[in-house]
Design a binder for this molecule. Structure first.
Ligand code: NAP
Length: 310
């Protein structure tokens, strides 16, 4: 990349993600030479924790002082920020690179840097950064999804390993689907818990009591999925082939109104898919699938009728 044994790293943006990455890379021995942010104060707060690191409110200083520049700004600012940076006539030969850390935004937003000869790429840690120092330890064991070619791909892979993370490769154009799907392992788990809490509330359960009961079960489910895989970790009436229970629960939720039965039906359809992947699926799986599809049809017809009345 340069005459330096390790590439010099810089950060534009000094928020939750930049804080963890800049401090972790520095602790792993990488030179983090410059941080810039919208406000010089947040850049200075981060740079002051890293040896030989300068702070400013001018992103160009990060480009001038580093080899790999991480654009760690909100997604809506990635394109506009990339347009303002100048990489100089030597960018390709000296191995300059511009990298963003978003899971959803296309790497093509960095095209202005590529047009000046810099390499461009994506480096998306699959982790929810809090901005706390605890992130530095908790990120170990996570995965980082990398989109890049050639030498930059090798460098970003080495950087992911320096964070004690697993590098994952993603093809160009895949980021939006990849990011949308990843919600199922983060926010949508919370949404499932919120649905349970809402239903239990009708029985008089308080949210705190509900979470105290649910979170250990969730933790156990995650451990089992890790040990045995998704289909073997599946528990509950679909996995046992209890058609009667599934049908009665769907009917009960239909009676409650709203979209409770539709949500339960769609997730039950996925549970049927998981049960079918087992070496010996429950004998009643087809009857369960039929009950789920009938309920979903009723829910969808009701939703369509409601929409046409409005
Ligand atoms: N947070 C996560 O869990 C997470 C996980 C994976 C990926 N990411 C990605 O990481 C990137 C950064 O997210 P974040 O959560 O770290 O955001 P954040 O905490 O809101 O921090 C954003 C930083 O960017 C600075 N900034 C905003 N606009 C700027 C501009 N035009 N020029 C220079 N600096 C600017 C802010 O400056 P001031 O501090 O000066 O206001 C702040 O330091 C995003 O692309 C996001 O998708 C985040």
């Amino acid at each position: 990349m340069s005459q330096f044994p390790l590439p010099r790293l810089g950060f534009i943006g000094a928020g939750r993600l930049a804080r963890c990455l800049a401090l972790s890379f520095s602790r792993a021995g990488y030179p983090v030479t410059a941080v810039a942010s919208r406000s010089a104060t947040s850049a200075a707060r981060l740079a002051s924790q890293i040896e030989h690191c300068t702070a400013s409110d001018d992103p160009q200083q990060v480009v001038d002082a580093g080899d790999i520049v991480f654009l760690a700004v909100p997604d809506d600012s990635i394109g506009t920020s990339a347009h303002t940076l100048r990489f100089g006539p030597d960018a390709a030969r000296s191995g300059k690179a511009l990298v963003h850390c978003s899971g959803a935004s296309p790497v093509a937003l960095l095209a202005p840097a590529r047009d000046q000869g810099a390499a461009i790429g994506g480096f998306h840690p699959l982790y929810l950064f809090s901005g706390d120092l605890a992130d530095l330890e908790r990120i170990a064991g996570c995965s980082v999804t990398i989109e890049a070619n050639g030498a930059l791909k090798d460098t970003l892979t080495a950087l992911a390993i320096a964070l004690r993370c697993h590098p994952l490769s993603i093809p160009p154009g895949g980021r939006m689907l990849y990011h949308a799907a990843a919600h199922y392992a983060a926010s949508f788990v919370l949404c499932s818990l919120a649905e349970c809490v809402a239903l239990w509330r009708t029985l008089g359960f308080a949210e705190d009591d509900a979470l105290r009961a649910l979170l250990p079960m969730l933790a156990g489910t995650i451990e089992t999925a890790r040990d045995k895989g998704l289909s073997n970790a599946l528990a509950g009436p679909v996995s046992r082939g209890d058609t009667g229970v599934v049908a009665k629960q769907l009917a009960l939720l239909e009676d409650l109104g709203g979209d409770h039965a539709a949500l339960y039906g769609l997730l039950s359809r996925r549970a049927v898919g998981l049960a079918e992947r087992r070496a010996s699926p429950p004998a009643a799986i087809e009857a369960i699938a039929a009950a789920v599809e009938e309920s979903l049809n009723r829910s969808l017809n009701r939703a369509a009728a409601g929409a046409s009345v409005k």
